[in-house]
Design a protein around this ligand. Structure first.
Ligand code: 6PG
Length: 240
């Protein structure tokens, strides 16, 4: 596990982008699962404004780690957020975008998206492999849409499950640990002081944290895990 700490989100975005470019350098095609929520917005804006030409976007295929069970034009949709901040500005080809159908029945879509992953990704040891999985972390320690009160979903033998937001009750389709921890590279992008408590628990007491928080269960078999933190999210770490 590598921990990288940045004074500002633009510096974090720049470092993450360089990390991604390095992974993509010798690959004809990069399959990436995007995170949702608000953290990626400034990253996607940076990509669409400053990386139009130094990233070969035609070689990147976009999937998601999770999606809210809402229509794709709903303001809660991770797909809509990504379309607004990235796809529309870079005219990403439609056949490189594999959205989770939030408008469909959640259980049915969890099955459907698992099939999409099996059809679209290389399979290693019977499990589809992402080149990169990009994750966020909620202030409760959730990641993707696996929440602490549904921690068992992380270890499902399914590739995709239906999570339920503990406060709103909103259903979400989410990748599970089975596919997330099978990825070649995994990055957790975590900013904001409201994340600092869980960041220090997970990084400095991982065994205990893994019993409570899905984000602590992000332990890719490849060993290629990087935490990209801003200074506020990292403020409680004893070793900076
Ligand atoms: C989602 C995300 C979720 C997110 C965390 C952090 O659909 O909301 O995939 O896992 O990454 O909740 O969200 P923020 O970036 O908004 O803090």
């Amino acid at each position: 596990m590598e921990i990288r700490i940045f004074d500002t989100q633009p510096q974090l975005n720049h470092a993450f982008t360089d990390w991604l470019k390095e992974i993509a350098r010798n690959k004809d095609c990069v399959n990436i699962a995007l995170s949702g929520g608000s953290t990626p917005k400034s990253l996607f804006d940076d990509w669409s404004m400053n990386h139009r030409d130094d990233i070969d976007w035609d070689r990147i295929r976009f999937f998601w780690g999770d999606e809210r069970c809402v229509p794709p034009d709903n303001e809660q949709s991770n797909y809509r957020m990504t379309r607004e901040h990235l796809f529309d500005k870079l005219s990403i080809p439609e056949n490189h975008i594999f959205r989770i159908h939030g408008e469909d029945d959640p259980d049915a879509e969890a099955q459907h998206y698992a099939e999409v992953l099996r059809n679209e990704l290389p399979i290693v040891a019977g499990v589809p492999v992402f080149d990169v999985v990009m994750l966020g972390m909620g202030d409760d320690g959730h990641t993707a849409s696996i929440f602490p009160d549904q921690l068992s979903l992380w270890n499902s033998d399914q590739l995709c499950v239906v999570g339920t937001h503990p406060q709103s009750g909103q259903k979400r389709v989410s990748l599970t640990g089975k596919i997330i921890n099978h990825a070649r590279y995994v990055a957790l992008l975590v900013t904001g002081e409201n994340k600092a408590e869980k960041v220090v628990e997970i990084i400095e007491n991982p065994q205990e944290a893994a019993k409570k928080y899905p984000a602590a269960q992000v332990q890719p078999e490849s060993g290629n895990l990087v935490w990209f933190l801003d200074r506020t999210a990292a403020q409680k770490l004893t070793k900076q």
